[in-house]
Design a protein around this ligand. Structure first.
Ligand code: BGC
Length: 462
């Protein structure tokens, strides 16, 4: 091996390591989403609280995340990506410890809110950081890795909840995620600052040093990258002004916001937060509920590979159509089975299978693709603002879904609740047809030109 290929491999290794570390933020995101489902039953038993209070314990995390994502835009520009991630990691550890030691429902709500702040910051900053440090050739796969890590985090939380469910130790379920939190903190402490942010702050010499570590001593490539970054930075981020002045930009922001509402109103997080409760409704005991929940998590991880494999082959729209059809059928059939009342063993298994089919539908489509589309449709000079708005919406919609599910079950009943989500998914097929552009194989510059020239949204990818 020549010394230059050796250096190239070593630095490529450094870049991959950096990205893996940042993608651990995805893992935190997933742990946060997944951990509560197994705990609610035991929390309700210990504190003797109503479904309404449980909904708040579940949803305060999303409120924190929405606010965290809102503040993260400013913070990642002012303090830098690395320091924002460090703050996110510290809050994550604090929040999990507080949840583990919670002495009342209110203290749990506060703990979950702090966890939410952490994840709001991380869910905005990590993809930004990833896009800035990953070398061009592996950028796509690094961003998919982030979504995959979310699903792995959810699965890990479901499995750990299952293990602790035998003793009903909900404090351990919530507290133990402080350990990956500490590892994440140590990881982000050794991350380099983002070269793009350093240049933004006029610290070009440091940016050069970081790039040498990440890209090796390929001086020409590094100088080119510095020029590219400087070129991009010349286009000022003037999101709010652009939003007020330019109706075309308002359309892309509106599309991003709508797409995130759609992602959440598929009902995916109903399953993520309340799976054991859903399985209880099907007539399963606590242990079976927990194991089926783990199966949900595993299905979610595996089906994400379908999206990663298909996204640049089939394109965005065919995958979204397929996903929404599958989800509509899954939710609709689960509702019908619940409507039948007491089920035979075979019927119960069939209902679980249909719920898993719904998960496949989400994980292969709306899960990863909505995030991809939301970043693709924003024009460069409004990208931070546009993505900030859609990420904020993701968490607010997530909160509404989490805060209303048990009430829906209690008020309109199990079957109608699932039918409602089935119908929403069927409606989303039409929305994809009317509004979503096919962005496969189109450069971001072309999408931007089309948007700004006033083409209908569904045609901006052509
Ligand atoms: C969504 C989360 C969801 C997760 C499930 C993500 O894309 O934004 O709300 O819990 O997928 O895998």
């Amino acid at each position: 091996m020549t010394s230059s290929t050796h250096t190239a491999e070593k630095t490529r290794g450094t870049a991959v390591f950096t990205c893996i570390l940042a993608a651990l933020a995805g893992l935190m995101f997933g742990l946060d989403i997944g951990v509560i489902s197994g705990a609610t039953h035991f929390i309700q038993e210990e504190f003797q609280i109503s479904d309404r209070v449980i909904e708040w314990i579940v949803s305060s995390m999303m409120l924190g995340a929405a606010l965290g994502a809102l503040g993260a835009g400013w913070m990642s520009a002012a303090l830098g990506r690395k320091r924002s991630l460090i703050l996110g990691a510290i809050l994550f550890v604090l929040g999990s410890v507080l949840c583990g030691f919670a002495w009342s429902p209110n203290s749990l709500i506060v703990g979950r809110f702090i966890l939410g702040l952490a994840i709001g910051i991380a869910s905005f900053t990590a993809p930004l950081y990833l896009a800035e440090v990953a070398p061009e050739q592996i950028r796509g796969s690094m961003i998919s890795l982030y979504q995959l890590m979310i699903t792995v985090g959810i699965l890990a939380a479901f499995l750990s909840d299952t293990a602790f469910s035998y003793s009903g130790a909900w404090r351990w379920m919530l507290g133990i995620i402080a350990i990956p939190g500490v590892l994440f903190l140590i990881g982000v402490l050794v991350l380099p600052d983002s070269p793009r942010w350093l240049i933004m702050k006029g610290r070009k010499q440091q940016a050069l040093e970081v790039l040498r570590k990440l890209r090796g001593n390929e001086e020409a490539i590094i100088q080119q990258e510095i020029r590219d970054i400087e070129e991009q930075l010349r286009i000022p981020q003037r999101g709010w002004h652009l939003f007020k002045e330019n109706s075309n930009f308002r359309r892309s922001v509106g599309l991003g916001v709508l797409l995130q509402i759609v992602q959440q109103f598929t009902g995916m997080n109903v399953v993520m937060y309340y799976a054991p409760r859903i399985f209880e409704g099907m007539g399963y005991d606590t242990q079976a509920q927990m194991w089926f929940t783990a199966a949900v998590g595993l299905t979610n991880v595996l089906a994400t590979f379908i999206a990663i494999f298909l996204v640049d082959r089939w394109g965005r729209k065919p995958i979204l159509y397929t996903g929404f059809v599958v989800m509509a059928i899954g939710m609709g059939v689960v509702g019908t089975m619940m409507n039948m009342g007491t089920l035979s063993h075979g019927q119960q298994i069939f209902t679980v299978a249909m719920l898993l089919i719904f998960i496949v539908g989400f994980a292969m489509s709306a899960g990863p693709l909505i995030w991809t589309l939301c970043s693709e449709v924003q024009p460069l000079k409004g990208r931070d603002f546009g993505i900030g708005c859609s990420t904020f919406t993701n968490w607010i919609a997530n909160m509404i879904v989490g805060a209303t599910f048990l009430t829906l079950l209690n008020v309109i009943g199990n079957a109608a609740t699932f039918w409602l989500y089935g119908a929403l998914n069927a409606f989303f097929i039409l929305l994809v047809f009317w509004l979503v552009p096919e962005t496969k194989g189109t450069t971001l510059e072309q999408i931007e030109r089309n948007l700004m020239s006033g083409k209908p949204l569904r045609d901006i990818g052509q």
